[in-house]
Design a binder for this molecule. Structure first.
Ligand SMILES: NC(=O)c1ccc[n+]([C@@H]2O[C@H](COP(=O)([O-])OP(=O)(O)OC[C@H]3O[C@@H](n4cnc5c(N)ncnc54)[C@H](OP(=O)(O)O)[C@@H]3O)[C@@H](O)[C@H]2O)c1
Length: 265
């Protein structure tokens, strides 16, 4: 079935590779990026592929929660329905680790902005829609004070905590029967993106490993039965262990903290 799919961070790496795959399959795309020129260039490259119907663009810096709100408002004003939201944009290394609100940029871009966007776009996604959240094999217990910007973490720890946070809120989000289905995924470790080249100084594995699994989770009707679950593409299957009591408690704390940040209270 033909779908309308919004992909964040579609200007590079796994996001762009996924956009190429989905556009070639004839789906309508809304590609998001933070850099105007890079976004235009990605759009032109996608439109040059065969079988492509529509590629719309949306510009927003996801490290700024006001910009996330504006992005959602623009999308809501333009689209009555979106089938899939792929929360792909992510950051590992950054020169400025705090945003203008004093929050850790890694948590904002990797966990809070996707949560806020998912919440704001739920009216157009509806309960038949789907959200695909990019997590990672790198996961570490979340320090709520770090999420609130009160504790400074190194690149790896901030990244790993933000990636467990998105996995855990995915589970919580899926419990609401009125919400779209929500699945988190480790697309595969050390895939050849800018993030991996800059972060680990290695060439990395084929990006299509990530694009293929993200596309499959976005499109396959079989995935509906995995609402709330985490797919580990290094292992090639969904996590078999249920979340621990500790992780479920952490998920509640993460949602409370993100809601507090979003409400600015
Ligand atoms: N590559 C891997 O091996 C791997 C493994 C596990 C998980 N992941 C996850 O997969 C996702 C894609 O990563 P990637 O490896 O493809 O990295 P990438 O090539 O660096 O792409 C990241 C994308 O996110 C965008 N982005 C970064 N910060 C942003 C911000 N503040 N506002 C808006 N957009 C922003 C980037 O925009 P620009 O183009 O402007 O930089 C780019 O489009 C991430 O969530 C990452 O954590 C990757």
């Amino acid at each position: 079935m033909h779908k309308t799919i919004l992909i964040t961070g579609a200007t590079d790496g796994i996001g762009f590779e996924t956009a190429k795959k989905l556009a070639s399959l004839g789906h309508d795309l809304i590609i998001h990026g933070r850099n105007k020129e890079k976004l235009k260039s990605a759009q032109l490259k996608l439109l040059a592929l065969t079988n492509v119907s529509k590629v719309d663009t949306m510009l927003a810096d996801l490290s700024d929660l006001e910009a996330v709100k504006d992005l959602a408002a623009t999308i809501l004003a333009k689209y009555k329905s979106i089938d899939v939201l792929i929360n792909n944009a992510g950051v590992f290394k950054t020169s400025a680790t705090k945003n203008k609100q004093g929050l850790d940029v890694r948590f904002v871009v990797n966990s809070i902005a996707p949560y806020y966007l998912s919440q704001l776009l739920t009216p157009v996604l509806g309960k038949n829609g789907r959200i695909v959240n990019l997590s990672s094999a790198a996961q570490s217990p979340v320090n709520i004070d770090a999420m609130l910007g009160r504790v400074d973490l190194d690149d790896m720890l901030a990244y790993a905590q933000s990636k467990l946070a998105i996995r855990l809120w995915t589970h919580s989000f899926s419990l609401n029967s009125e919400s779209p289905d929500c699945i988190s995924v480790n697309p595969g470790s050390l895939l050849a993106s800018k993030m991996v080249k800059e972060g680990f100084a290695i060439a990395g594995n084929d990006l299509s490993i990530g694009a293929n699994i993200v596309s499959e989770i976005a499109l396959s009707p079989d995935m509906a039965e995995h609402n709330g679950q985490y797919f580990d593409n290094d292992l090639g299957h969904f996590a078999t262990e249920p979340l621990s009591k500790q992780q479920l408690t952490m998920a509640v704390d993460i949602i409370d903290t993100m809601q507090h940040i979003i409400n600015n209270d």
